[in-house]
Write a protein that binds this ligand. Structure first.
Ligand SMILES: [Zn+2]
Ligand SMILES: [Zn+2]
Length: 280
C-alpha cells in the first residue's frame, strides 16, 4: 500500500514538473519574439509600478514611469525657474539686450573676484525646494539637479576654458554632521571633456550660517578669511570653475575666488544651481 502511494505522489510531482517546465519553456522561447518580449516587459513594469509606485522626486505625487522623475507641475515650475536670461557677471535676471560690456546695469563699475557666472535658474518654487532637500539628505536628487547644472554649464561662454571644477568647501565639522558636501556631489555630476575636480580649496574657519536678510557687507565679513588652499595645490596659472548650490549676495563665491587668485589662478568662474536675491 505504502509503495503505491509513493508511486502516485511521484507521478503527481512529475506531472506538475512537466507542466511547469512547459510554461517556463513557453515564456523563455517567447522572449526571443520581440512582441512577446514587449508584453513581458510591460507586465514587468506594471508589476514593478504596483509594488513600488513611481513618485515625483520633488513633491512625492504619483507619476508615470515615463515622467522622468518629476510630476508635470514640478517640471512646469522648474522650467519657469530656469527659463530667463541672466547677467553673466552677477547671475541675476537680466535681458541679454540690456547688457553693456557683458554686464547688467547693476554690475557696471562693480568689482568681483570671479570673472563670470552661470546659473541653472532662480532660487524659487520647485528648484528652491529641490536644493533644500538636496542639502538635507536627499542626495538622490543629484541626477536631476546635475542635468540642470550641465545645461547651464554647456551654455556658458567659459565652458571650453575650464581646467578644474572646485566645489565650495564646507567646514569639516559641518560636513561631518551632514555627511557630504552638496557642492562636491553636484560637481561629480558635471560633464566636461577635460576638466577635473579639485578639493584643494578648504574652509579653515567655521562661519555662521548666512542669515537670509543680512546685508551684503555683513555676509562678506562673515566669510572673510574663511578659505585657504592645501599645500601642493595645482591652481597656479589655471582656469577654475567654482561650484555651489546657491548664490545670494555672492560673498562666499567672491571670497573663494579671492583665495584662488591669491594662489595664482588665472581665471575664476562660477556655476551655481540657483541665484537668490533677485531684487538686491
Ligand atoms: Zn512634483
Ligand atoms: Zn549683473
Amino acid at each position: 500500500m505504502a509503495g503505491s502511494s509513493r508511486l502516485i505522489i511521484a507521478r503527481l510531482i512529475w506531472n506538475k514538473t512537466v507542466r511547469l517546465s512547459a510554461v517556463l519553456w513557453r515564456i523563455i522561447s517567447g522572449v526571443s519574439n520581440p512582441k512577446t518580449k514587449q508584453v513581458w516587459q510591460l507586465l514587468g513594469q506594471s508589476l514593478n509600478h504596483l509594488l513600488w509606485p513611481a513618485v515625483c522626486m520633488n513633491c512625492r505625487e504619483s507619476i508615470c514611469e515615463t515622467d522622468k522623475d518629476l510630476c508635470k507641475d514640478c517640471w512646469d515650475e522648474l522650467l519657469f525657474c530656469t527659463a530667463g536670461d541672466y547677467c553673466p557677471r552677477c547671475g541675476r535676471d537680466a535681458s541679454r539686450y540690456g547688457l553693456l560690456n557683458g554686464a547688467c546695469p547693476d554690475c557696471q563699475g562693480r568689482e568681483f573676484n570671479f570673472d563670470q557666472i552661470a546659473r541653472a535658474g532662480i532660487y524659487d518654487q520647485s528648484l528652491q525646494r529641490m536644493i533644500l532637500a538636496f542639502k538635507n539628505g536627499r542626495t538622490e536628487l543629484d541626477s536631476t539637479l546635475g542635468f540642470l547644472a550641465n545645461s547651464a554649464l554647456q551654455g556658458a561662454d567659459f565652458y571650453g576654458d575650464i581646467e578644474f571644477f572646485v566645489p565650495v568647501p564646507l567646514h569639516w565639522s559641518r560636513r561631518l554632521v551632514r555627511g557630504y558636501n552638496q557642492s562636491l556631489v553636484l560637481a561629480k555630476q558635471l560633464k566636461h571633456p577635460t576638466a577635473k575636480i579639485s578639493t584643494d580649496l578648504v574652509r579653515i574657519r567655521r562661519t555662521k550660517l548666512q542669515p537670509a536678510m543680512a546685508s551684503p557687507a555683513a555676509r562678506a565679513r562673515n566669510v572673510a578669511g574663511a578659505f585657504a588652499v592645501r599645500r601642493g595645490h595645482n591652481f597656479s596659472g589655471r582656469k577654475i570653475c567654482l561650484i555651489d548650490d546657491i548664490k545670494t549676495t555672492g560673498a562666499t563665491l567672491n571670497e573663494c575666488a579671492k583665495t584662488l587668485r591669491a594662489a595664482g589662478a588665472l581665471k575664476v568662474f562660477a556655476l551655481v544651481l540657483a541665484v537668490a536675491g533677485q531684487k538686491q
